[in-house]
Ligand binder design. Structure first.
Ligand code: PXG
Length: 397
């Protein structure tokens, strides 16, 4: 069967909630992926940063294979011998006391919101059903009804009401607006340290530190969603390290499994996670031994292969070369590590047109918010491979 056969089957039988580029992938290895007709592509999207370790990393695959032959799911009705060691590894890596395992990013965000509200009521003493959480305009935290209730993208909300109350939005990067939105019922601030899906939007220097201060001054939890920017992407293991601050609650997903299976976590200190008691929250697949074994290997690869460090070095090189491209089509380049956004000048077409051309040249890219192309390859990429990608990018621009 050729590419078109698979496209047609998806169109006929699948829900129509995506508009993929016309490529059908069948195999991946490292930074490369192949379509069903044998054409090879450099993956510049890396599963929206889920594949930071590269496709089918041999060490993570081996961990998955070993575990899949032994035990895959126990439910949390019983203990398993993978969850404890995984939680320990992550707690030691991040410095948080406790780990709540879930599956998708959106589930972990929902879980963090629940924890923050319960902390607000039971610890801070906010009246029942009064807790308020402040979020940022242009955010992306997932697709559940709770989360779309504070999205500022009309399409994500339209038709899905009634939406959930209890959220207040302020512009991302505007500390004054954040300060003004706080009142006695505020239990948490939910922020992406860099907005990914929002178009690689980097807040002003000092913003994260100012958020920390605001949260401390007002007895409010600071929650960072590092689902997309965490785990090495920005040149540090976590994006908050760029400003030497720590959130009270950290949410991770995507690259936690290197793209092999869904696994997400909420991390917090004892006094915050301590609000959860048996029966308060859960998930059939959350903390399953297969995902935990995979995540342990995926974390080992990030650390031992020094992928955050590589993202810093190769990312700086990539951006320097991108900035040398003299094209009126490029409006702005925003980047940190290997989290790179190239905004297209609207007079020169939308991002999709460029992604279609880059696809022909062998680069898998996806636009976000119409005008921004993300270059977020696996963090294992080398300068030589970047040079090849640059030749293709230059020829398109
Ligand atoms: N937070 C951030 C910062 C994200 O980038 C999520 C939460 C939600 O994760 P899950 O695992 O529930 O998708 C994301 C996801 C898509 C898509 O196709 C998702 C993301 C980016 C681009 C496309 O739904 N990010």
């Amino acid at each position: 069967m050729n590419n078109q056969t698979f496209v047609d089957k998806e169109r006929q039988y699948g829900a129509n909630n995506y508009k993929p580029l016309p490529v059908v992938l069948t195999r991946g290895e490292g930074i490369w992926a192949w379509d069903t007709e044998g054409k090879k592509y450099l993956d510049m999207l890396a599963g929206y940063s889920a594949v930071n370790q590269g496709h089918c990393h041999p060490r993570i695959v081996a961990a998955a294979q070993a575990q899949i032959n032994r035990l895959t799911l126990t439910s949390r009705a019983f203990h398993n011998d993978q969850l404890g060691p995984f939680a320990e590894k992550l707690a030691l890596l991040t410095g948080f006391d406790r780990v709540l395992p879930m599956n998708t990013g959106a589930e972990a965000v929902e879980s963090a919101l629940k924890i923050a509200r319960k902390w607000g009521e039971k610890v801070k003493g906010i009246a029942k059903d009064r807790c308020k959480i402040i979020t940022c305009a242009n955010n992306f935290h997932g697709r559940t009804i709770g989360i779309i209730s504070f999205s500022t993208v009309e399409q994500y909300r339209d038709g899905f009401g009634p939406l959930t109350p209890g959220f207040v939005g302020v512009p991302h990067g505007d500390i004054q607006a954040m300060a003004q939105a706080i009142d006695a019922d505020t239990c948490a601030l939910l922020v992406e340290p860099i907005q990914g899906e929002g178009g690689v939007i980097i807040p002003p220097d000092g913003y994260l530190r100012q958020l920390r201060q605001l949260a401390d001054d007002n007895n409010i939890l600071l929650i960072f969603d590092e689902i997309q920017v965490g785990l090495g992407r920005t040149g540090k293991m976590f994006a908050f390290e760029h400003e030497n601050v720590r959130p009270d609650v950290l949410i991770l997903a995507k690259a936690l499994s290197g793209g092999i299976c869904p696994i997400s976590v909420v991390l917090a200190g004892e006094e915050v996670m301590g609000v959860l008691n048996p029966g308060d929250h859960g998930s059939t697949f959350g903390g399953n031994p297969l995902a935990c074994a995979v995540a342990c290997a995926a974390l080992d690869v990030l650390i031992e292969e020094k992928l955050p460090e590589n993202a810093a070095v190769v990312g700086a090189y990539f951006v320097e070369k991108l900035r040398q491209i003299k094209s009126p089509a490029i409006k702005e380049i925003r980047a940190r590590g290997l989290m790179i956004g190239v905004e297209i000048n609207p007079e020169y077409g939308n991002g999709r047109i460029y992604c279609d051309r880059l696809l022909e040249k062998g680069l898998l890219c996806k636009e976000t918010h119409i005008s921004t192309i993300r270059f977020t390859p696996p963090l294992i990429i080398t300068k030589e491979e970047i040079d090849w990608a640059l030749e293709q990018i230059v020829s398109v621009f």
